[in-house]
Write a protein of this length. Structure first.
Length: 109
C-alpha cells in the first residue's frame, strides 16, 4: 500500500477479476469490499452473457451496468425498507430483451 502524502489516506492496489480479465484498482476502500463489488459485477455479467448468448464483453458490460442502474433506481423509488419488493428472476428476462433492443438501436447509429 502506498500512502498519499497530501491527504494522508492510504491508496491500496487491489487486483480483481471481472469477465476473465484482471484489473488493478487503487483506492482507500476496504480491499474485501472492493473484491465483493467486483464479484457482484462479474456475476451479473456472467448471467447476462448466458441469457443473451453473446461473448462481446463491451456489450455485456453495458447491459450489466444498465441492469445494475435499473435495480438501484427501483430500490431508491420503492420507499421505506419495510415495503421494498425484490424483482422476480423472470422479470429480468423481459428487461434484458428490452435493454438489448435499446442497445442494438444505439449501436446501429
Amino acid at each position: 500500500m502506498a500512502e498519499d502524502r497530501e491527504s494522508g489516506s492510504i491508496n491500496a492496489r487491489i487486483q480483481v477479476e471481472i469477465a476473465g480479465r484482471t484489473y488493478t484498482l487503487r483506492g482507500n476502500r476496504d480491499p474485501s469490499a472492493v473484491r465483493e463489488l467486483a464479484g457482484f459485477v462479474d456475476e451479473r455479467m456472467r448471467e447476462i452473457s448466458t441469457r443473451t448468448n453473446t461473448a462481446d464483453t463491451t456489450r455485456v458490460a453495458i447491459l450489466a451496468a444498465l441492469n445494475i442502474a435499473d435495480d438501484l433506481f427501483k430500490e431508491r423509488a420503492s420507499g421505506p425498507r419495510g415495503t421494498r419488493q425484490r424483482t422476480l428472476p423472470c422479470a429480468h428476462k423481459a428487461r434484458d430483451k428490452e435493454l438489448c433492443r435499446i442497445l442494438d438501436a444505439a449501436l446501429a447509429v
